[in-house]
Each structure stands twice: as C-alpha cells, then as structure tokens.
Design a protein around this ligand. Sequence first.
Ligand SMILES: C[S@@+](CC[C@H](N)C(=O)[O-])C[C@H]1O[C@@H](n2cnc3c(N)ncnc32)[C@H](O)[C@@H]1O
Length: 369
Amino acid sequence: MPSPETLGDVLRARIEKDGPISVEDWMAACLGDPQYGYYMTRDPLGRRGDFTTAPEISQMFGELLGFWAVVVWQQMHMPKRLNLVELGPGRGTLMADALRAAAGVPGFLDAVQVHLVETSPVLQSRQRETLQSVRPTVMWHADVDALPDGPMIVLANEFLDALPVRQYVHQQGTWHHRAVTWADGAFKFVATGSADPDRIPAPFRTAAEGAIYEDSPAVRAVTENLAGRLSAERGAALFIDYGHTVGGLGETLQAVSRHGYANPLAAPGDVDLTAHVDFAALKACARKAGAAVWGPLTQAALFQRLGIDERAATLAAAIGTERAGEISAQHQRLTAPDAMGHLFKALAITHPGQPAPPSFETPIPMRDR
Ligand SMILES: C[S@@+](CC[C@H](N)C(=O)[O-])C[C@H]1O[C@@H](n2cnc3c(N)ncnc32)[C@H](O)[C@@H]1O
C-alpha cells in the first residue's frame, strides 16, 4: 500500500496488520489521532462547522454557569485560591462569559486560576484568543491527571460525549467485543473475541441476539479522578451532556457532519463521533470514589432555576425590541423540551460535606432511555 494519506488509510493498514480495531480504539483514533484526528485538525463548531453547542448559541449559558460557580465558591466558604477548571472548552466562549458574569462579585476573580483541559491544538489557540484579556491566569493541560491539587470548580459541557466508548455485542448466547474491520472495500462492524461476562451488568447478560452494551472506561477514569479529588478537597464539578439517566442496552455511537447525522465508519477523522453519557454509571462511579452526587436535572430545569427567564428579559430589554426575538429564540433553543432542554442533562458532584449546589436542591424525578 502507498504511504498513508488519510486516517482511513492508516486504520486500514492497521487492520490488515493486526486485525480488527475495537470500537473504543476506533473512536479514540478518529477523534484524537495526533496527525489526522477530528479534533486535532479543525475547529468544528458553529454554523459553518459540523455542530453548534450551547455556549455558542447564547451568552446566557456561560453567564449563568459563572453565577453557579460563584455560589458554589461561597458555599465552599470562599477559599482564597480556587482552580476554576473547564474540560473540553471548545472556543473558550463558556469560560469568557462565565468570568465576565462573575467579575462583579468581590474576591472571586482574585481567587481564581483558570485551568483548561484540552487536547486539540487548534481549539487551544482559539481559546487563547478568546481568553487573552481575562484577568485570571489561564493554564492548559492535556488531561485531568495534570490538574493541580486544591479547591476546585469544574465545568464540562459536551465533553464526556467525546470520550471513547467500548461496545459489546451479544451473539449466539455469548457477549463479544465489537470492533471495526475492513471487508469488501469498506469499514464494517464485526464481533470479535468473547468478552469477560463480568463486564456486562447482570440484568443484561441474557439479552436478545444482536443486543449492544456500551461502557466508557474513559468517562469512568475522568469521573474517578475528579470525584477522588472532591472527596478530599472542597469543590464541585458540573457535567452537562446528552445521555440517559437509566442504564440500558443499545448503541448510541453516532457521527455528525455539517449539522446532520453521518455514517460513523464512512469518513474516519472527518466526522464528529459521540456517544450518549450513561449518567447512572457516572453517578455510581462518583459515589464509589467518595463524592456526593446531585441530579441529574434536565438542562431546562438547571437554567430555569438559575434564572434564565429573568436574564433573557434583561438582555432583550437592553438590545431593543427589533432584536429581542433573537434572545427569545436562544432561550427557546436552550430550554424547550423539543430543542436542547430535555435532551441535555446536568449532573453535579461535590465534596461530601457541602450543601446542594445551586439548582440541585430539589430533585426532579426522571426516567428515560
Ligand atoms: C463537543 S466539543 C465541546 C466544546 C465546548 N465545551 C462547548 O460546549 O462549546 C468537545 C471539546 O472537548 C475537547 N476534547 C475532546 N476529546 C478530548 C480529550 N480526550 N481530552 C480533552 N479534551 C478533549 C475538544 O477538543 C473540544 O474542545
């Protein structure tokens, strides 16, 4: 084969040499290959990119999370040093809006050091531009292991869904690892060696033929790391993402390109790959590591409780009647049940001695899958 020119060439050569690639490794390579990975080579956000995220829809998203962080800091008894962390900060818009909103609160910005966990060099430089004039020091890290110790508040919007999932498929009474192979001129899913049955939760072990079970060791590793830190130090982490609140069977791996769904195997490195977050697994993992767990709430409930209706009214009044419709459309997109309001969920974890973080005081019963 001639020297590889695309990630597809690289992955095909790897399969021909070593056999099928697990779905987990496929997703990791497609998103994070240092030379060809989706996030390594582009800024995918915005109307001209592949997808738009909540902080890019409206400044209200970051501003209200800035207030959330201020109240949590007050609940922590206002430590003089605070690591304000964002995981997967995209263009840096959420952090810029949060810091601007929090700037009026005496002492908060004096305490804050900003830490961004980001693997993409393209997005890192975008974040550098967005945050060049903010007051706190900003530092970048490749993963959560590199974060400094100390009291911290962590924000993560649409970060966990970008972490690789492992897939298992049930065939002829046995659970197998699901992988990607190359056959008849295309990448295809294939069942490989049998999996350790203990990896499959007991209720699913006798699933129907073809059932798929997903698990994300990467999500578990991030959760364990942060929850472990929060069991020892004051602080909180807030994850906002799409996903399910009850664990179950089914494939959620999906590809998005140009604001529409795509084939996850068709153009490796050129389409975004995501998987739904299993909030039930995340909760169990955080609890086991010693943190207190709050929620999940729907994104709509989180932002309504944080005062998005009032903030939207203030912004609409400030920009005048001609453009007030824009704010109302942004508000709708973030909170309407048929837009992002119910699809996206928010889960908080805190140091066990802290009170419920803002908006999480009263649980909302939820059952979905
Ligand atoms: C879907 S984007 C979300 C961006 C931003 N949070 C927002 O809401 O606009 C995912 C972000 O996570 C980053 N990312 C993906 N995988 C990562 C990893 N393994 N470690 C750190 N950052 C990662 C991407 O580069 C990007 O900044």
